[in-house]
Design a protein around this ligand. Structure first.
Ligand SMILES: N[C@@H](CCC(=O)N[C@@H](CS)C(=O)NCC(=O)O)C(=O)O
Length: 208
């Protein structure tokens, strides 16, 4: 019997979307608890202290809690045939996901800056310097692997696409189209995977 999954995450794409893509692609049933992300007060503040490290996503598997988006993705990948089957390539997947998370954190720090003048300056710097730095490298690495790593879809494909969506969502702009053609084609390949396409067409709109 397949395990009972429950994913808890916010009402944003963020680090929860890669997990939802995996569930969609594999046609896995799961319960989804969506927490409204208020800053300083409200539902999240009530729940935060009860989570393992004060953050989401958290995945419950038959009542046991797993946290950290990469660990969750790798666990699901292990259970549902989304690893590459090669230790070196799987390690490289983790390296790439970690680089993506470095970028997300750096952009998020500016996104939540309260001094609006400072925020505008920081975001402009991210757009002009940081994004091209990371996106160029992501493009080159993904390109060197072909359409999908090892000829098959692996969890990193979902992690990268959801990561770029999260970054560009915070930036309020599409920083890929017209600049990084392979990255864009990779995103489209993932978006067009069977079941993922259906999931995207039916997913409720996120506030950002
Ligand atoms: N390294 C963690 C980062 C998790 C994280 O940064 N979660 C953010 C949302 S994307 C969060 O919970 N923010 C609310 C808070 O820190 O209070 C992961 O990959 O899961």
């Amino acid at each position: 019997m397949s395990p009972k999954y429950k994913l808890t995450y916010f009402d944003i794409k963020g680090l929860g979307e890669c997990i939802k893509y995996i569930f969609a692609y594999k046609g896995i049933e799961y319960e989804c608890e969506t927490v409204i992300l208020f800053t300083g007060k409200g539902p999240w503040n009530d729940i935060k202290a009860s989570t393992p490290f004060g953050q989401l996503p958290v995945l419950e598997v038959d009542g046991k809690r797993l946290y950290q988006s990469q660990a969750i993705c790798q666990y699901l990948a292990n259970q549902h045939d989304l690893l590459t089957g090669n230790a070196w390539d799987d390690a490289h997947n983790v390296a790439l996901a970690s680089a993506m998370q470095d970028l997300i954190i750096r952009v998020a720090r500016c996104y939540y800056e309260r001094n609006l003048e400072m925020k505008a300056t920081l975001m402009k710097d991210r757009e002009d310097n940081m994004l091209p730095f990371y996106y160029k490298r992501f493009e080159d690495i993904l390109k060197s692997r072909g359409d999908f790593y090892a000829g098959k879809v692996s969890w990193i494909d979902f992690y990268m696409v959801a990561g770029i969506e999260a970054v560009d969502g915070m930036m309020g702009a599409d920083n890929v189209s017209g600049k990084f053609p392979f990255l864009k084609s990779h995103m489209e390949r993932v978006w067009n995977l069977p079941k993922v396409k259906e999931y995207i067409a039916n997913r409720p709109p996120y506030p950002r």
